[in-house]
Ligand binder design. Structure first.
Ligand code: GDP
Length: 462
């Protein structure tokens, strides 16, 4: 039987593994009934909503006790999904948790798909699409700032901005209709196009202001792919370790992959850096594998930001020059390291080659220059100040950015149409397109495939 959006669903909502507590979440019309079948304690179907109840999970077939639990009962509609929700808090072992899930599944619930609880919150009208996406962003947030952006979005700030825009567009469209319907007045056409032009320009400005936040938003959300490169012995692993220790790195294991793609994130002055090929940098004992010029070059392609180290205590080598050449024109910071040692490379000499202000002097072993490096990284990416963006709203999601761009293009077409003296009803079509694109951000207009694709990226149990 095909899954439907009205089945009662269940999943383990906490990370799988040993922990203090695990939570099995059940949502749907039969949530209470299912739980009641395997629970010994108060009658769950009679307890007050939003209460937590002590009892035991019993396997009804064998009569055996499975675990001692606390069961939260939350009745629709004031729940995460807007449906009846039961959460079984059990002891956080793998065995008990899975056993309880199995019981829940054999007594009437079906396994939830990834993100299905949140999808229901959306389908039942509790949150809109951009808010649902914010839930995922929040889970994955790497720094305080990315969390703040996700929370703002979850609160619906982006949605409100988009809805205002849509309402204003609708007002314009309505006004155009009225004018078209009463053509007996003189100069009505001229008035209409003038109004359309002014409004389209104003709305376009607002959309473009939002788009401007996208670059920073993407960095906050996904982390800035950063490569630490340089010939052997310049101090790459020292820099890596300093960054990791100072900033309490978050290490995430990418599911189903090997150690090579462990992603390490560090937070440098509010910028989450996603460090590329940290495994390569660490393999310093093996001289063959030692990250050298070739491996450095490979990391370049994947990087948004390059930290290129140069050893100030030895003359510039051909390898240094090769890497300087290979990174010219990219977003890079050249780090002149080991400044505690007698100099062979001077700052001025290096600046002649790299130009501009992108050289930072450090003595990594002495932790000197690390603050300047941090400041340089943050000004490179937040030069307009992250706090000063439009009402603190930032667009961070690739799907939203794509739609905003299309909305922006539709407005460019509106303005072009007006400039070319196109009939008003044709211009109106482009204006309507803009309205529709914006609607897809909040999910006011959406397609089923989009929903499936979107929610499938969620964690199981959310
Ligand atoms: P990698 O091969 O580029 O990863 O370089 P390492 O980080 O392994 O550093 C090579 C050597 O240089 C190690 O012995 C470090 O302790 C030393 N080193 C790194 N940074 C500095 C520095 O700022 N000053 C001095 N004097 N030595 C450093």
């Amino acid at each position: 039987m095909a899954n439907t959006d009205t089945d009662t669903i269940a999943a383990i909502s906490t990370p799988v593994g040993e922990g203090g507590i695990s939570i099995i979440r059940i949502s749907g019309d039969d949530a209470l009934k299912v739980a009641e079948k395997i629970y010994k304690g108060k009658d769950l179907e009679k307890v007050a909503s939003h209460t937590i109840n002590y009892g035991h999970i019993i396997d009804p077939d064998s009569g055996q006790e499975v675990d001692e639990v606390m069961v939260s009962v939350m009745r629709a509609p004031r729940t995460y999904t807007c449906e009846d929700v039961v959460e079984i808090n059990c002891h956080g072992g793998l065995l008990a948790t899975n056993r309880i899930l199995q019981l829940v599944l054999s007594f009437g619930a079906r396994m939830a798909e990834p993100g299905e609880f949140t999808k229901r919150a959306f389908l039942n009208g509790r949150i809109d699409l951009s808010q649902s996406e914010a839930v995922m962003d929040l889970i994955r947030a790497k720094t305080d700032k990315s969390m703040k952006v996700a929370l703002t979005q979850l609160d619906g700030d982006l949605s409100r901005l988009i809805r205002h825009l849509r309402r204003d567009i609708l007002d314009v469209l309505a006004q155009v209709e009225v004018n078209i319907d009463y053509p007996e007045y003189d100069a009505v056409e001229e008035m209409t196009t003038k109004m359309l032009k002014e409004k389209a320009e104003e709305i376009q400005q607002r959309i473009e202001a939002l788009l401007k936040t996208a670059k920073q938003g993407k960095v906050l959300r996904e982390g800035l792919a950063t490569a630490i490169i340089g010939r052997p012995n310049v101090g790459k692993s020292s820099l890596l370790n300093t960054l990791l220790h100072e900033d309490k790195a978050i290490v995430t294991d990418v599911a189903g992959t090997t150690r090579d793609v462990i992603e390490e994130y560090v937070n440098v002055n509010g910028v989450p850096l996603k460090l590329i090929d940290t495994a390569g940098i660490r393999e310093t004992d093996d001289t063959v594998e030692k990250i050298g010029v070739e491996r450095s070059k490979k990391a370049l392609d994947a990087a948004d930001l390059i930290l290129l180290l140069i050893d100030s205590s030895t003359e510039l080598t051909a390898e240094d020059r090769e890497l300087l050449d290979a990174t010219a024109g990219k977003q890079r910071i050249v780090i002149l390291n080991k400044t505690d040692l007698p100099r062979k490379v001077e700052l001025d000499q290096l600046k002649e080659i790299v130009g501009s202000d992108a050289v930072i002097e450090t003595s990594i072993v002495n932790h000197a220059g690390m603050d300047q490096l941090g400041e340089r990284i943050s000004t490179m990416f937040f030069d307009e100040g992250i706090e000063s963006s439009q009402n603190n709203v930032m667009v961070t999601n690739a799907r939203h950015i794509g739609l905003l761009r299309q909305a922006d293009e539709a407005l460019t077409d509106v303005l072009k149409g007006i400039a070319d003296n196109m009939p008003v009803d044709l211009v109106q079509i482009d204006m309507t397109r803009c309205w529709e694109m914006l609607g897809e951000i909040t999910g006011d207009s959406y397609q089923d495939e989009l929903l499936d694709q979107l929610f499938s990226q969620f964690c199981l149990g959310k």
